[in-house]
Design a protein around this ligand. Structure first.
Ligand code: NOJ
Length: 596
């Protein structure tokens, strides 16, 4: 086994601080490979395409790349249905190209995280094929098989997260298997120690290849209450709520600690392990990210990205800013002393932030910058999702044919075909929050197919690519891209932003997002008008003296808080105390003012 724990040459120069782990200063970037860059003209992004774009990511200031799954897969769920955990899907390349990618990432002083999907596998994984082959298979118990008392009814009332029952009947054995996601994603049975050992062995294998950590897919679903009890009835559906029985289950912490011992221990200093943990509370997250617990370094929580869900994600509601602030403010407070936050608006499961809560019409650029500013000025590790840095918007999803995601398609089929809902109303309810929104190809240039591919892309490029693309924005010092690059630079050069305490104030205000940061004797005030109407600035916010402007999304914002009266639509300002500002901007005193 290669022990890289002492290999300082591996440390990217921008984050060699002695205070705390490297990832406390890092900015991560998520690549959803099929939509990132096609290099071989088949309309699907691939690993060579990622290699070709690494210089861009380095230029942007990225420290660590999270690569969504690239393993062999039937691709029923964009690769989150893995049929071989130790190889690369030919769609994306080969193991050799992967190794070239890893070397190229490291050469540029960046790091790479693999996406590990082990709550479930594909039903085409040899483990499942073996498990399914006979009730006597030695691997039968690697998955959740159950006989139902009344064979016509599934063993319990849980609903799959992709519509329908969470159980699939197997004719050959007369038993059902559990799948919390698609029928082609059977849940692995972590109660079985052989399953756990196989997973740990696979993770060690990737570490030996040289990867720098993992993003662990729905990792808080791995421990289920073994009796799999019925969930409480949920209004308007024939299903019960199984979440309390499969989320943050009784053995979760034991399993995470075991995984840490078996895989991570001894290399903690160089690795980053981030868990995706839907439905987790601040208490759960604090426990999982407490360094003394040896479980995870940080988690992706979901509270803020479900704040505009009504009954569910197909029932979108307008954002109430006060709720968003209360939520993120609570997470900041809860993980202030113990644990660590990850910060995100976007990923491959979320709609684009500028369309979701910003204004993707008249104020597109300003509102995209405002959301970037707000996120990046929190304490935690920010994750930029491909295309977010240029303010990519939701596409126009006209008919069901424009939706490619299994979650969207299953929902439509259930609502319209099984329950007889109105097709147009169903589509209207799906458009704002469908995962398809985040999956259109990256808009690199104004050339054919946005420079993503020479062939017809697997999913249509957003029609606005001639207006929004990387090439144009690289030439423009006022672009959304330039603003994101500046935000990343601010974090890298400022202890105040990376490490300082973080408090949200004015929580009841429905337009202003206000953050106070402080570190040693330095302070920052971040104030953003997250609305299209002008917003008067309360007197108390204009009082702090000795603060100077370091970032704005307007060319003529006031130099000090005292100069603020009314913030214009989506105006977002960062003020810092004088010395912090000078350090952050890397400028001599007297030239601390800079704008993007
Ligand atoms: C979370 C992933 O982010 C999502 O894309 C996937 O569908 C589910 N987990 C199931 O793996």
């Amino acid at each position: 086994m290669i022990d890289r724990s002492m290999d300082a040459s591996h440390m990217p120069p921008s984050i060699t601080s002695t205070e705390g782990p490297w990832w406390k200063r890092a900015v991560a970037y998520q690549i959803y490979p099929r939509s990132f860059q096609d290099s071989n003209g088949d309309g699907v992004g691939d690993l060579q395409g990622v290699i070709d774009r690494l210089d861009y990511l380095k230029w942007l200031g990225v420290d660590v790349i999270w690569l969504s799954p690239i393993y062999p897969s039937p691709q029923s769920d964009g690769g989150y249905d893995v049929s071989d955990y130790r190889d690369i899907d030919p769609l994306f390349g080969t193991l050799q190209v992967f190794q070239e990618l890893l070397a190229a990432v490291h050469e540029r002083g960046m790091r790479l995280l693999m996406d590990i999907v082990v709550n479930h596998s594909s039903d085409e994984h040899p483990w499942f094929l073996d498990s399914k082959s006979s009730v006597n298979s030695p691997r039968r118990n690697w998955y959740w098989w159950r006989t139902s008392p009344t064979a016509a009814e599934p063993p319990n009332n849980w609903e799959s997260r992709f519509s329908g029952s969470a159980w699939e009947f197997d004719n050959a054995s007369g038993q059902y298997y559990l799948h919390l996601f698609a029928t082609k994603q059977p849940d692995l049975n972590w109660e079985n120690p052989l399953v756990r050992e196989a997973v740990y062995d696979m993770m060690r294998w990737w570490l030996e290849l040289g990867v720098d950590g993992f993003r662990m897919d729905v990792i808080n679903f791995i421990s289920k209450v073994p009796e799999l009890p019925d969930g409480a009835p949920t209004d308007g559906t024939p299903y019960g709520d199984g979440k309390p029985y499969y989320t943050n289950g009784p053995r979760l912490h034991e399993f995470l600690q075991e995984m840490h011992r078996e895989v991570v221990a001894g290399r903690d200093a160089v690795l980053l392990i981030v868990g995706e943990t839907p439905q987790s509370t601040t208490e759960d997250a604090r426990r999982m990210t407490d360094p003394d617990a040896h479980e995870l370094d940080m988690v992706f929580q979901f509270e803020h990205v479900t704040i505009d869900h009504g009954q569910n994600k197909w029932d979108p509601q307008p954002l109430r800013l006060s709720r968003l602030k209360r939520s993120l403010g609570k997470w900041q407070e809860a993980l202030a002393e113990t644990g660590w936050n990850s910060l995100y608006w976007n990923n491959h499961d979320q709609p684009r932030i500028v369309s979701r809560w910003g204004d993707d019409g008249v104020h597109r650029q300003t509102s995209a910058k405002a959301f970037g500013t707000v996120l990046h000025m929190h304490r935690g590790t920010p994750y930029v999702y491909q295309g977010e840095e240029i303010g990519m918007t939701n596409p126009t999803l006209t008919s069901i044919a424009d939706f490619t995601d299994i979650q969207s398609r299953n929902h439509y089929a259930e609502a319209v075909e099984q329950l007889g809902a109105d097709p147009e109303k169903t589509l209207t309810s799906m458009r704002p929050l469908a995962r398809d929104n985040g999956r259109t190809p990256v808009q690199w240039s104004s050339e054919t197919n946005a420079g993503f591919s020479d062939a017809v892309p697997w999913m249509a490029v957003n029609a606005n690519y001639t207006l929004i693309n990387v090439d144009d924005q690289r030439q423009d010092r006022n672009s959304v891209l330039a603003h994101y690059r500046e935000l990343i630079r601010l974090r890298h050069s400022s202890d105040l932003i990376a490490l300082g305490s973080c408090r949200l104030t004015h929580l009841d205000h429905e337009q202003l997002y206000v953050i106070e940061r402080s570190y040693q004797r330095e302070q920052a005030l971040i104030i953003a008008n997250l609305s299209t109407d002008p917003a008067d600035v309360p007197d108390d916010l204009r009082r702090p003296a000795e603060l100077t402007l370091v970032s704005s999304n307007y060319p003529d914002s006031p130099d000090t808080p005292a100069g603020m009266r009314t913030l214009r639509p989506w105006e977002a300002l960062v003020f810092m105390s004088y010395h912090a500002a000078a350090t952050a901007l890397g400028a001599g005193e007297g030239t601390v003012r800079r704008r993007s």
